[in-house]
Design a protein around this ligand. Structure first.
Ligand code: PRX
Length: 645
């Protein structure tokens, strides 16, 4: 295979943060390596004596007898070490006045919010749901929770009231922090009303609601339950004694889609998570905190926003940009305007965004001065070489290394990535595991593959930021990740080595889809569809899509009473539109199917399992593959005929 590669420039090599010595250190003493990172990158209240306890596998304990506070590490210690005047956050709203916060100002605000949480009765160990748009209150709320040792559960502002309710219930949240509404894509959208709807039906008592005013839109207020942020936060003291917790104290829960209909509450703890967040942020993005301006475009509702907006960058004391809006609001050059305005040096985004910009054309970025950029990153899905090269040329001016970072909500931090200044880059490949990360590729029996045969990605040794479990469901944790291969963490991704030993990710091997870098479960969308009156049965697949990577395509069997209506309306009729809307309201806009195809039957094996592989063939307009295991092989003819193909 002839792939163009890009060697690091000599200038870059001289100043690179990462060094080959890191790999040597990790190879010669794995635990000692991570202990060094933990001590070097974090401030501990009490040092630890034990590094890793794997005796209770698959639950790892890292640095367990050490104590610390995550917020102190992200904020206070920069003020204490004389960097209080450094900008922590440049907030760029979708429209209107930008705001900047120094580390000292951030500390004052976080302390006020922490004091407000305490006044609202939140105690160490209580869970707090955060349902806020991208912005300073979201980051500050997370840090305030961390400051009092209350695990946060951030729910992406694009999720529906139903999705929010199930997350509030599952975590048993005591408080929900939200805003009246949010600005998105030039529109003003409500948020608080979804909290009201979620709590109206929630099987939970004594939840308080703290409401930040973002848009000024009218909201309903429930006496005794709801309180305005501006009525409680500014009145608080700007000092607060952070609650020192053990390294294994849960820092947050973050829900992600799995192979079943019910999202999993992935639990991350404090010491190990912060160690790997800070280590990877520093080395993968080649961070020089005194001079860099870093911008990660992810929303804090996703793991990328947790690790590479809130925790990693702030623990490393960097200046970063937070942008509220979409890339095209009010014009298609908006992102590049922001890069120019703040002199962004490090940009981390998703392949789907790059493909969208590529489609819009290079004239938009070319209008702006992007020469401040030094390092570019991508995450969330494989980046196709064509998009990689466009990013490299049009955005990075052929001088910026691109780090294609592979990781997951569960891994907590980056696991596989090139390192700027060290790695000769290969477009489309995430390349090498980071130092201290033991990734392998195995066959279906769990035996290691060393040649170029495709296999399954596993992690063979515990890593500091690994998930510690699924909230309230230890069995599901063991079953999902640890039951397939003895002693190996099964990531759910296919992968292969190339002839140089570089890793190429091949996509999910389970029923999880990846749409615009967002993880969606086929089962979750199927159960939303069958909850609609018109639907008897549904099967959902992820079909490849030029912009979003994969797109949701649903095959639906209607109940008798609706068949006639659908026949009359044909494709694009009201019923199909109503079903797409239904998924949107049950889960959120990101889950809305691109296509809904009404079919008379679904292809099933003799044991009744839907053969998604065949549906994917139909959705991707391919010739349908091997049908010999179908219970009724004429079904595919029926489907194809029904769809007029
Ligand atoms: O399939 C992999 C894909 O995204 C999945 C994890 O999704 P999530 O937990 O939502 O986290 C996304 C942000 C870390 C993985 O199982 N994925 C993530 N990064 C890459 C990737 N696939 C290929 N290349 C990547 N760089």
């Amino acid at each position: 295979m002839s792939t163009t590669t890009f060697s690091p420039s000599a200038a870059f090599q001289e100043t690179a943060v990462a060094s080959p010595a890191l790999f040597d250190a990790a190879r010669s003493d794995y635990e000692g390596f991570w202990a060094d990172q933990a001590r070097r990158l974090l401030t501990w209240e009490k040092d630890f004596t034990e590094v890793l306890d794997w005796s209770d596998a698959p639950v790892a304990r890292w640095f367990a007898d050490g104590t610390l506070n995550a917020c102190v590490n992200a904020v206070d210690r920069h003020v204490d070490s004389g960097h209080g005047e450094r900008i922590a956050l440049h907030f760029e709203p979708e429209s209107g006045e930008a705001e900047s916060y120094t580390y000292a100002q951030l500390k004052d605000l976080v302390c006020q919010v922490a004091n407000a949480l305490v006044e609202l009765g939140v105690q160490t160990g209580d869970r707090v749901a955060i349902y806020l748009p991208m912005g300073v209150p979201a980051v500050v709320s997370m840090l305030a929770c961390a400051r009092i040792g209350a695990p946060h559960s951030v729910v992406f502002g694009g999720f529906s009231a139903d999705a929010l309710r199930s997350r509030i219930e599952d975590a048993g949240a005591r408080l929900v922090i939200t805003s009246d509404g949010q600005y998105r894509g030039g529109k003003t959208l409500p948020l608080k009303s979804a909290v009201d709807a979620a709590l109206a039906d929630a099987d939970i008592e004594d939840v308080r609601v703290l409401v930040h005013r973002r848009t000024g839109m009218d909201v309903a207020f429930q006496e005794g339950r709801d309180i305005w942020w501006h009525d409680i936060v500014p009145a608080q003291s700007t000092s607060h004694d952070a609650v020192v917790v053990e390294a294994e104290h849960p820092l947050f829960i973050l829900y992600t889609s799995g192979t079943t209909g019910k999202p999993k509450g992935v639990v991350h703890t404090t010491g190990g998570y912060l160690t790997q967040a800070a280590f990877t942020h520093l080395n993968v993005f080649d961070v020089h905190p005194e001079s860099d301006v870093y911008w990660c475009t992810a929303d804090v509702g996703w793991i990328t926003g947790h690790t590479y907006v809130t925790y990693g960058p702030l623990v490393n004391g960097v200046t970063q940009v937070l942008y509220e809006g979409t890339p095209a609001t009010p014009h298609k050059g908006r992102w590049w305007e922001i890069v120019e305005k703040y002199g962004v040096t490090i940009l981390y985004t998703a392949p789907t965004a790059i493909r969208t910009c590529m489609k819009w054309g290079p004239q938009f970025p070319r209008e702006y001065d992007l020469t401040s950029l030094r390092v570019l990153g991508t995450v969330g899905e494989p980046i196709n070489p064509e998009a990689w090269l466009w990013y490299y040329r049009e955005i990075g001016g052929e001088r910026c290394p691109i780090v294609d970072t592979w990781w997951q909500t569960e891994t907590g931090a980056i696991m596989i990535s090139p390192l700027p200044g060290l790695t000769t880059l290969k477009p489309g490949s995430a390349q090498q595991p980071l130092p201290g990360v033991d990734v392998r590729i195995v066959d279906t029996l769990g035996d290691p593959i060393e040649d170029e045969t495709p296999g399954l990605l596993v992690v063979a040794t515990p890593w500091p930021s690994m998930l510690r479990g699924i909230w309230g469901d230890p069995e599901r944790f063991a079953e999902t990740y640890w039951s397939r291969f003895d002693g190996l963490y099964f990531a759910g991704d296919g992968a292969r080595f190339d002839e140089d030993g570089d890793i190429w990710l091949l996509g999910r091997v389970d029923d999880v889809m990846n749409v615009s870098g967002h993880r969606l479960s086929t089962a979750e969308i199927e159960s939303a569809l069958v909850a609609h009156d018109a639907v008897a049965e549904a099967a959902v697949v992820g079909a490849s899509d030029d912009t979003t990577g994969q797109a949701v395509v649903a095959f639906v069997i209607l109940r008798e009473a609706y068949v006639e209506q659908a026949d009359e309306e044909g494709e694009g009729g009201d019923l199909v539109a109503a079903l797409r809307e239904h998924v949107r309201s049950e889960i959120g806009p990101i889950a809305k199917p691109r296509d809904i195809l009404i079919v008379p039957e679904l292809p099933k094996t003799r044991s009744g399992k839907i053969m998604r592989r065949l549906l994917r063939d139909v959705a991707e307009h391919r010739e349908v593959g091997d049908v010999t295991t179908l219970a009724d092989s004429s079904v595919m003819d029926l489907i194809s005929k029904g769809l007029g193909s």
